[in-house]
Design a protein around this ligand. Structure first.
Ligand SMILES: NC(=O)C1=CN([C@@H]2O[C@H](COP(=O)(O)OP(=O)(O)OC[C@H]3O[C@@H](n4cnc5c(N)ncnc54)[C@H](O)[C@@H]3O)[C@@H](O)[C@H]2O)[C@@H](O)CC1
Ligand SMILES: Nc1ncnc2c1ncn2[C@@H]1O[C@H](COP(=O)(O)OP(=O)(O)OP(=O)(O)O)[C@@H](O)[C@H]1O
Ligand SMILES: [Mg+2]
Length: 357
């Protein structure tokens, strides 16, 4: 799906390339080092946004700007999958699907006609009277319903509002295996992290997996994988060790500063942000990582593409944009800022960094 970028995008990418090279200035000739302004983290996140975001090329057709699918939404939670899916559209994906349980589907459909909602997941309580053989048949049907779409997606978001029902999580484990087989990248968030923390082999050594743990989820992941407590003094090193221990997945550790590592490098994003901690902001982030990772993937086939992996670029871009939108929403709504307000600020925030026209 190679998309030629306009000259402004090429220029943006060259700027990013220089910035990336300067990130490791030790090997750069003195002359270049001397002329380089100091690379600020803010510029880093914003230059990644400008490099990764494609121009709105009239020659492109529906779907080329990204097709995202959220696997999540159950009897208990319907907001989280909506937040992740609508954020992907608002940032610039062309299509956004949600695969959820039958209970959650009409609710999520009622939030927005923009989303394509598939009521295909099942929870244990709906099949409690079934025999083992009938349960297997239901499982095969659930997985088949997702598999027939799998190849069309540029990235999945697994976990927002998924809940912790054992039967549902068993089906999602098999969906992850299918995604890996088809080389479809996936972001694991929310209860998807509950699943993979207890079955780390589901993501181990899959370079297209991105984990986006919050404080609780990160603590549990460190305890489970590194057998120790979170070490705030050496946060970057511990994150790098964790990502390495899980075979080079990319982890975005959410917090006052977002830390990102794939076991090799560590990046941080702390620009903008807001003091409001309302639920749902992590869901916006997961939808954003999916879009920006897909766009960074499209860059890969270009000779001058950035050296960073699409997963790392996707995390930096999504974190920077979310934090900018949260700051903008907070200036407008202060203490009553809600996730919906932040979603409404995504477009304006991206336009400010990366004008569409
Ligand atoms: N409006 C909505 O529908 C929202 C739904 N959300 C969904 O809510 C679900 C839970 O998200 P949270 O951020 O609350 O999850 P957390 O894991 O941050 O916390 C959930 C609660 O359960 C406890 N917990 C979680 N896993 C545990 C474990 N393995 N052992 C013991 N205690 C455990 C935590 O300590 C906390 O008390 C996720 O699927 C998430 O996507 C959130 O994204 C917020 C918004
Ligand atoms: N203390 C903080 N100061 C500023 N920004 C923060 C702070 N904590 C988190 N954030 C920002 O909010 C984003 C979401 O983090 P949060 O911890 O709310 O995720 P979450 O708990 O998974 O959210 P959700 O309610 O959607 O599950 C982070 O990526 C980060 O950019
Ligand atoms: Mg969360």
């Amino acid at each position: 799906m190679l998309v030629k970028h306009s000259s402004s995008t090429v220029l943006r990418r060259q700027q990013f390339l220089v910035r990336t090279l300067c990130g490791s200035r030790t090997h750069l000739p003195k002359l270049i080092r001397a002329t380089m302004s100091s690379k600020s983290e803010a510029a880093d996140a914003e230059s990644v946004l400008r490099t990764v975001t494609p121009s709105l090329d009239p020659k492109r057709h529906k779907g080329q700007a990204g097709k995202i699918a959220v696997i999540g939404g159950c009897r208990e939670y319907t907001g989280a999958p909506y937040f992740a899916a609508i954020s992907a559209l608002k940032i610039g994906a062309d299509l956004s699907h949600v695969f959820c349980t039958k209970d959650a589907a009409p609710v999520i459909k009622s939030y927005s006609p923009e989303l394509i909602v598939h009521p295909v997941l099942e929870e244990s309580y709906t099949i409690s009277q079934f025999s083992e053989e009938e349960k297997r048949k239901v499982e095969d049907k659930v997985i088949g319903e997702v598999d027939k779409w799998m190849e069309r997606f540029d990235c999945l978001v697994i976990g927002p509002g998924l809940g912790r029902d054992p039967f549902l999580l068993e089906c999602v484990s098999k969906i992850m295996l299918l995604a890996k087989k088809s080389n479809v990248p996936f972001v694991v968030d929310g209860d998807g992290l509950f699943l993979v923390t207890n079955s780390i082999d589901l993501v181990k050594s899959y370079p297209l997996a991105v984990l986006t743990p919050n404080v609780n989820e990160y603590k549990r992941l460190v305890q489970k994988v590194l057998n120790c407590e979170v070490d705030e003094e050496n946060a970057g090193d511990q994150l790098r060790s964790l990502a390495k221990q899980i075979g080079g997945v990319t982890i975005l550790r959410k917090g006052k500063t977002d830390l990102i590592s794939n076991g090799e490098i560590v990046k941080s994003v702390s620009i903008y942000g807001s003091p409001r901690r309302c639920g749902g902001q992590g869901d916006i982030l997961s939808g954003g990582v999916a879009v920006f990772l897909s766009w960074a993937q499209q860059l890969k086939s270009d000779p001058e593409s950035p050296s960073e992996s699409p997963a790392i670029l996707g995390c930096i871009a999504a974190s920077g944009l979310l934090r900018k939108a949260a700051a903008l929403a907070f200036t407008k709504h202060k203490r009553s800022t809600l996730t919906s307000d932040i979603i409404e600020c995504l477009g304006e925030s991206l336009e400010d960094i990366c004008p569409a026209s």
